[in-house]
Design a binder for this molecule. Structure first.
Ligand SMILES: Nc1ncnc2c1ncn2[C@@H]1O[C@H](COP(=O)(O)OP(=O)(O)OP(=O)(O)O)[C@@H](O)[C@H]1O
Ligand SMILES: O=P(O)(O)OC[C@H]1O[C@H](OP(=O)(O)OP(=O)(O)O)[C@H](O)[C@@H]1O
Ligand SMILES: O=C(O)c1cccnc1
Length: 485
């Protein structure tokens, strides 16, 4: 959260162990390129909403082994003093290219790239994956919920159920990127400038022992009032007590809403709406909470529930139905003994798991006429489709799925955030990021956006990228065949 947080040791031990080996073998300054990608979209969604970059920037800004870090490593490892001294003076001097927070991203394409010395690339793997994996997952879950909620206000209520403090705070921020409007978490509000929003708990009513006294007391201490009406009996006691207090207080309060937190919310919301309207409170909103997610909300919408404001906690902040995104960080190119960059691959028996070697760029291809998405086109970093009149896009594994695209615009997805250790990215605020996210999502065809069984968005390789991959697979195959032990 705080800019002064030093998370340098927030890395897996094996990263520093590899750094020690590179250092001993005088390879620490070899140039390398690593890329982050995930293999499968979460929740069966048609896209993911990228988040995590702000925390990565805060992490990189504070990346430094402190004296106490060095003392700790000296105590628990057998690292030679020369390596510990190297760590003491370690400074991140690499280049990071990344999607922007709020970008829609897809499986099997690089969403972040780190280029620098072998050592610096290796050290940052764990923290970068930690931040991108969690925040992208939450932003995507939030976006699914936003899809079914339409334009209704959507509040994040999850802090009490989040996987500890940092997840609550950064998860809330990610939920805002995914389309939530406000949070109940006051620290997240202060830290990121998120609007804070809140009603009251059942304990307020229990403290007074009845709805009327509790609402009355609340109304005497707050102008804007949303009363939680389900503690004892929503229709017999909760709503009538809220109306009585509102009538008595008149203009002294803004009777903004009532909140339902249990029972059949389709039935109750319709009945409560009738009662409020009948009493003349047609502008008073009905809030709903209680284990909501995109499925229950879609169902409530289908039942024409009269709910105006949605509070969602557990299911968004914990990404309840899928606990991890599974993004990985893979080496794609490294300097050899002769100072030449060689592309690297990770082979797998499963074609989908074979990594795509080489430093790459992802181009978002859109139709010039309507700005709508045609697909993503992965090229080697030195290719630029903007120089071409038409591009041939084909599926990397099923090459018979292909198309030729003309009259297109191509926007690079990976933008430079750090150049040689220097932050060159002008960071937008969270409100700007969520506006951007909304705009990017709108550029996707609705077929990719629906939350149930969406169409698969094309993520294709350029011919050069594909040829490079095939050549390297061939080389690895030859190498494996000639091994004799
Ligand atoms: N009309 C409805 N259609 C679909 N789902 C609903 C409807 N009304 C409520 N739900 C959802 O059904 C679930 C009901 O949860 P639960 O069994 O805890 O019932 P409850 O009435 O809230 O009881 P409790 O008082 O113990 O909280 C919640 O996830 C809620 O959001
Ligand atoms: O259900 P979620 O989506 O996670 O939303 C947050 C929940 O947290 C509160 O319940 P809790 O029982 O913790 O406290 P309460 O006494 O205020 O009802 C609130 O009433 C919601 O039901
Ligand atoms: O303000 C609320 O209504 C609220 C806050 C946190 C959790 N549940 C509800």
């Amino acid at each position: 959260m705080s800019e002064t947080n030093n998370l340098t040791l927030h890395t897996d031990f094996y990263e520093i162990n590899m750094m020690a080996t590179y250092f001993e073998k005088h390879m620490e300054n070899r140039h390398a390129v690593f890329e982050v990608f995930f293999r499968k979209l979460p929740f069966g969604n048609g896209y993911a909403v990228y988040a995590g970059l702000e925390h990565i920037i805060q992490y990189i800004e504070n990346l430094k082994f402190t004296d106490s870090d060095i003392d700790y490593l000296k105590a628990v490892t057998d690292y030679p003093d020369s390596f510990l001294e190297y760590l003491r003076h370690f400074k991140f001097g690499g280049t990071i290219r990344s999607a922007y927070e709020g970008d829609v991203v897809f499986a099997n394409e690089p969403i972040l790239q780190v280029e620098g010395t072998l050592c610096e690339c290796q050290l940052v793997e764990t923290a970068i994956l930690n931040m991108v994996n969690y925040q992208t997952l939450i932003a995507t879950k939030a976006s699914r919920i936003r899809t079914v909620v339409g334009n209704d206000p959507l509040m994040e209520f999850g802090s009490r159920r989040a996987q500890e403090v940092s997840a609550a705070i950064w998860g809330t921020r990610a939920a805002i990127i995914g389309g939530f409007n406000a949070t109940s978490n006051v620290l997240a509000g202060k830290t990121f400038g998120i609007p804070i929003s809140g009603t009251h708990a059942h304990s307020l009513v229990e403290s007074f022992g009845n709805d009327y006294d509790a609402f009355n007391a609340y109304a005497q201490t707050h102008h804007d009032c949303v009363f939680l009406v389900d503690t004892y009996d929503t229709l017999k006691s909760g709503v009538p007590s809220a109306i009585r207090v509102a009538n008595e207080m008149g203009d002294k309060i803004n009777f903004a809403g009532v909140r339902l937190d249990s029972g059949d919310m389709a039935y109750l919301s319709k009945r409560v709406r009738e009662v409020l309207d009948h009493a003349g409170y047609t502008d008073t909103k009905i809030y709903a909470s209680n284990d909501l997610d995109e499925t229950t909300i879609a169902s409530l919408k289908m039942q024409h529930a009269k709910i105006d404001v949605w509070g969602v906690g557990t299911k968004v902040i914990t990404a309840f139905d899928q606990p991890a995104l599974g993004a990985v960080y893979k080496m794609v190119s490294v300097e050899d003994d002769h100072g030449k960059m060689v592309d690297r691959i990770k082979i797998s028996g499963n074609a989908e798991k074979v990594s795509t070697p080489g430093k790459k760029q992802v181009w978002r291809i859109t139709d010039t006429k309507d700005g709508k998405s045609e697909g993503d086109y992965i090229t080697l970093a030195n290719e630029d489709p903007r120089d071409e009149k038409s591009i041939y896009m084909f599926h990397p594994n099923y090459t018979y799925i292909n198309k030729t695209v003309e009259n297109f615009d191509a926007e690079p997805l990976l933008k430079t955030i750090y150049r040689d250790g220097e932050l060159v990215y002008d960071r937008p605020n969270l409100a700007q990021i969520s506006e951007y996210a909304k705009k990017e999502l709108a550029a996707l065809w609705p077929e990719y956006r629906r939350e149930l069984n969406p169409q698969k968005y094309p993520v294709d390789l350029s011919q050069k990228c594909w040829d490079n991959k095939r050549d390297i697979i061939e080389k690895v195959r030859n190498y494996v065949q000639q091994i004799k032990y």
